[in-house]
Design a protein around this ligand. Structure first.
Ligand SMILES: [Zn+2]
Length: 333
């Protein structure tokens, strides 16, 4: 039975919208992906296109993706997870990374809503992933949960009592740019030296493994002939084949990951860390926990909890979809 509308009862509009799925969109420097999300599952075939150059072309590509999905699905709204600094209330992009030049200043929510007539919510990609992961794992009521997205770089998001912690200028939780070395050894895409993501990300794994290769022959490691074009996939495949250099590179990479996580453990005292992103599938979670515990003071060591995301590579898409659904529910309740 549908209750009569009034104070404390949800409107018919909100009840209907709550049942509808939302589109989740993940905008990265190289690709733009989207899928329809219901509960914590992707219920459509995901679509991925290369990220176009320039703000106007990206906006057009997002509109085309939304319209393509609207042919087969009635959507409550669309959530967009993007690299960069975002004001989620206005949906404006306040700052962009080198991966999306010219993206800063784009009034994304306004532009997409005016062309699709669909409610839109925009957030930073790591925030969206952390939000989706915290909800999916039933951690929304916890004091603090930290999401760590491992890919080409490292994204982090902090969820406090079920809400994304944004800081005073919407730019909080750039954990990937915590400095982990004082030697000006690795230059980061952000313009600073020795950020955590230059060590603990996919780029970091490649850089670390390359440092092990000078003087190594192809008889000693299958990676010796690929120094120039080394990829994370080559390294993990070689490690699976028993390649000692690749395995050493991966072990050092786990240590680098642990350094950043241990710092965040001391700083935020979270309930847990949830690790997502493409590179999370190569993490040895038992090893990582051990390495983090080794780097923590005793009081912190006993509380270290690190989980693999249940949403995997769709954490950003699912989190963004839930952000728009949560916002619609709040507005119409
Ligand atoms: Zn950096």
């Amino acid at each position: 039975m549908i209750p009569a509308e009034g104070v404390g009862t949800p409107s018919l509009d909100s009840m209907l919208k709550n049942k509808l799925p939302a589109l989740g969109i993940d905008l990265g420097g190289t690709k733009l992906s989207a899928a329809v999300v219901q509960d914590f599952k992707v219920i459509s075939e995901p679509r991925t296109v290369p990220t176009p150059h320039g703000s106007e072309n990206i906006v057009s590509a997002i509109v085309e993706l939304i319209q393509a999905f609207q042919k087969d699905h009635v959507l409550a709204g669309a959530g967009i997870a993007t690299a960069g600094v975002v004001d989620p209330d206005t949906g404006n992009i306040l700052g962009s990374t080198g991966n999306l030049p010219g993206w800063s200043g784009t009034p994304l929510k306004t532009l997409i809503e005016s062309r699709t007539m669909l409610p839109i919510r925009v957030d930073n990609d790591a925030n969206a992933a952390a939000y989706g992961d915290a909800l999916a794992m039933g951690m929304a009521d916890k004091e603090c949960v930290i999401g760590v997205t491992l890919g080409t770089g490292i994204g982090t998001g902090i969820i406090i009592n079920g809400k994304v912690f944004r800081g005073s200028h919407f730019a909080a939780a750039e954990g990937g740019h915590i400095r982990v070395n004082l030697g000006n050894k690795r230059f980061c895409t952000c313009g600073l030296f020795d950020c955590w993501e230059e060590y603990g990300s996919g780029r970091g794994l490649v850089a670390t493994t390359k440092e092990l290769l000078p003087g190594v022959t192809s008889a000693q490691s299958e990676l010796a002939n690929h120094v120039e074009f080394l990829t994370t996939r080559m390294i993990t495949a070689a490690a699976d084949n028993g390649d000692i250099i690749a395995q050493k590179g991966l072990n050092i990479w786990h240590e680098h990951l642990a350094v950043g996580i241990a710092s965040l453990e001391h700083f935020m005292d979270p309930e847990c860390f949830i690790i997502s992103g493409g590179l999370s599938s190569v993490v040895n979670f038992d090893l990582l926990r051990e390495l983090v515990i080794d780097r923590c003071m005793p009081r912190y060591a006993e509380n270290v909890k690190i989980f693999h995301s249940q949403l995997g590579i769709y954490a950003g898409i699912i989190g963004a979809a839930h952000e728009v659904l949560t916002h619609i529910t709040k507005q119409t309740a």
